[in-house]
Design a protein around this ligand. Sequence first.
Ligand SMILES: *Cc1c(COP(=O)(O)O)cnc(C)c1O
Length: 225
Amino acid sequence: MEIAENIRTIAEKIHSINPDCRIVAATKTRTLEEIREAMDTGLILAAGENRVQELIEKFVPDFRWDFIGVLQTNKVKYIIDKVALIHSMDRLSLAEAVEKESAKHGKITDVLIEINSGKEETKSGIYLEDAEKFSEQLSVYPHIRVCGMMAVAPLYYGQDELRRTFDEVYSTYARLKNDTFRYLSMGMSNDYLTAVECGANLVRLGRAIFGERRVLQCSDMSGRQ
Ligand SMILES: *Cc1c(COP(=O)(O)O)cnc(C)c1O
């Protein structure tokens, strides 16, 4: 109930800014039951997982799954036939693996170029100024289709920096935009309204939909058989 309520409230806010913006639920640590409740609203485009193991364990073909987290090349084979869109394409070695596994399955895999918009050393992603070159490099792979960009802003950014960063990402996106390159996945629970105002048309929401993430307590463990 609460999950569906949250989604309806969020969708109303988002659609008042941009009616074409879609919501991807960030489903890490959430149960399949919680994910189903979210998907049943009809307001969620896809379940976005960021760990291969969790995706495999939860996967059901009833609705769409995206991959939004760091993807190791040796794990691409486990998810390639399950995901509709990989939001986190960030290096050529990953492109090589996605190309190889997609070819094996006779499918073309849609990907977004992940942008490291705060140039944080600990974060993955391509620098914004290198996005166009990376997109050209990806265009040689026949089983990969570059459908846009994904960006995560640093958590510590204030409103002004956040807006400036999202505006910069949007202007590069707008320059590269065409019939295929058409998604800007930008915005999480703490910054999604700003992201949508700045032109995002996909937002990835976890806590805003499902509430704060549960930490497994010792008391939870003791209740297990
Ligand atoms: C967890 C996660 C989100 C959602 O984060 P919330 O703050 O819970 O909304 C979005 N994108 C990625 C890549 C994530 O890992």
